[in-house]
Design a protein around this ligand. Structure first.
Ligand SMILES: *[C@@H]1O[C@H](CO)[C@@H](O)[C@H](O)[C@H]1NC(C)=O
Ligand SMILES: *[C@@H]1O[C@H](CO)[C@@H](O)[C@H](O)[C@H]1NC(C)=O
Ligand SMILES: *[C@@H]1O[C@H](CO)[C@@H](O)[C@H](O)[C@H]1NC(C)=O
Length: 181
């Protein structure tokens, strides 16, 4: 056996975290939440009652399982914007394109693996106007023990920029930045 193979085997016994890919479980409950914005209070559709929604953390190579349960009266789907769906097209999320919407009272498990990707991406609802209030960040870190492809930042902060208007049916335009300070 080549000595580097032995070393690798030995390392993987000693430090399984170095080579192991994890399964990341998330539960997204789609619920209404009263929010006061622009001097008006109204019920908005959120994930887990959060606006912006929860940040999903994973490492490159991890399998991500997100169970989405729909507790609102609208059909929903979630799209993992920028995630390369390799042989997991059914988890991509565009309603009526890769899946039927998750109907009120129903659940769906999105199951994909983050392969060959690092960086911060965005998830958002992919049906009608729901993306306006249903969106959040996906932080995809390098594998354990693998450095960033740039000097290690002192601090990391996720910043989600959104646009909120009082027009209910407006398709919002939003973008996402991650700041390294
Ligand atoms: C929002 O507020 C209204 C009026 O106070 C209330 O009837 C409703 O139950 C609230 N909805 C939620 C989701 O908290
Ligand atoms: C919700 O989705 C189902 C299919 O999954 C579809 O039959 C139904 O018409 C949709 N409802 C609305 C209000 O779009
Ligand atoms: C996720 O998908 C993989 C392969 O595509 C499969 O082996 C695994 O059982 C799936 N997990 C769940 C919870 O459906």
């Amino acid at each position: 056996m080549a000595s580097w193979v032995q070393t690798l085997l030995f390392m993987s016994i000693l430090f399984p975290a170095l080579v192991e890919c994890k399964i990341r479980h998330y539960h997204f409950a789609v619920v209404l939440k009263n929010a006061t914005k622009l001097c008006a209070t109204k019920a908005i559709v959120t994930v887990n009652g959060k606006f912006p929604g929860p940040t999903l953390y994973a490492r490159e190579g991890d399998n991500v399982l997100v169970r989405v349960t729909n507790h609102v009266q609208y059909n929903v789907t979630i799209h993992w914007h920028g995630v390369r769906q390799l042989r997991t097209g059914w988890s991509d999320g565009p309603a009526y394109i890769t899946q039927c919407p998750i109907q009120p009272g129903q659940s769906f498990v999105y199951n994909f693996t983050l392969t060959g990707q690092r960086g911060t991406l965005l998830w958002h609802a992919h049906i009608s106007w729901l993306r306006t209030t249903m969106h959040g960040a996906i932080v995809n870190l390098p594998k354990k023990g693998v450095p960033y492809p740039f000097p290690k930042p002192d601090k990391e902060k996720v910043i989600v920029l959104g646009e909120f208007r009082n027009f209910r049916h407006l398709e919002a335009c939003f973008c996402l930045h991650r700041m390294w300070s």
